[in-house]
Design a binder for this molecule. Structure first.
Ligand code: G1P
Length: 276
């Protein structure tokens, strides 16, 4: 039912300089697979088959990754090295890819609005590939959210409890608890100080958005950091109708930070790569 997934991938990746000077941060490999491919595989596992990328200058490697490399295919055809291409071939078979460029960096909300041309008037998933979400053996985080969407038909954000001193790194929600791990959002603040934070429930980079978000984003003034914030638009959407927040099952690694990236690498090496 939800066919499209939007990937805002225009950000600079300054925390990983110099590695990200000429390489997109989304192409950093966790063991042998680029971060963005984990996100695409998660979306495919949730039944989505159209991947929409909001890219920027210097991000061509992402476009190339989701295309055939004719030379490489030709070079290793029939050799025992072909198996190394299995995972990306599967991805290419199962999904189509569209791209548009965000010309100026004006925040996550602006990136999502830039993607409107690829999404149109239908509900869609959003994956921030910095957040690597794994649920070994169980439903992918996006698949869990699609199930909920079928029930509630409104925007859904993934959340996780964080220590009180970490709220400044996230959008933070407050809401009425409907059942274990599910909240109806009534407040949402982008990167609040611990004093301002309405709870310790932080938004993680997985969303399902209904398309009315685009009109709301068009009217959303710059917020935290002078950027157009998705969090502010979602609060408006919650006031207009309904936004749910869902404490997902699985593990999330903050691969936008060096510590989280190393933790993810160790975890994937031990639990996924070696287990193959
Ligand atoms: C973005 C969102 C924030 C969310 C976070 C999840 O922030 O603006 O609300 O909690 O992603 O990773 P960023 O990390 O891009 O600064």
């Amino acid at each position: 039912m939800i066919k499209k997934c939007l990937f805002p991938v225009a950000g600079y990746g300054t925390r990983f300089l110099p590695a990200t000077k000429s390489m997109p941060k989304e192409m950093l490999p966790v063991v042998n697979k680029p971060l963005v491919q984990y996100g695409v595989e998660e979306a495919i596992a949730a039944g989505m088959d159209q991947m929409a990328f909001v890219t920027g200058r210097g991000k061509r490697a992402i476009t190339d990754h989701f295309d055939i490399s004719y030379e490489l295919e030709h070079q290793i055809a029939g050799s025992n090295k072909e198996s190394y291409l299995t995972s990306i071939r599967e991805v290419l078979d199962k999904a189509r890819f569209t791209m548009t460029r965000q010309r100026e960096m004006k925040g996550l909300g602006h990136a999502i609005l830039t993607g409107e041309t690829l999404i149109g008037n239908e509900p869609f998933g959003v994956v921030l590939s910095d957040d690597l979400c794994l649920n070994n053996g169980g439903d992918s985080v996006m698949a869990q959210m699609v199930k909920l969407y079928k029930q509630f038909r409104c925007s859904i954000v993934a959340i996780q409890e964080v220590p009180a001193d970490q709220t400044e790194k996230y959008g933070v929600i407050a809401g009425e608890s409907l059942k274990d791990g599910l909240y109806r959002v009534d407040d949402m603040i982008e990167k609040p100080s611990p004093e301002e934070a309405p709870s310790n429930l932080a938004i993680i980079g997985r969303y399902i958005l209904t398309p009315d978000i685009f009109d709301i984003l068009r009217d959303t003034p710059p917020g935290k950091g002078g950027e157009i914030q998705l969090t502010d638009a979602l609060l408006q959407q919650a006031k207009n109708g309904c936004v749910m927040a869902y404490k997902f099952e699985g593990r999330r690694f903050d691969c936008g930070s060096v510590d989280g990236f190393i933790e993810a690498t160790n975890f994937v090496y031990e639990n996924v790569y070696k287990a193959q």
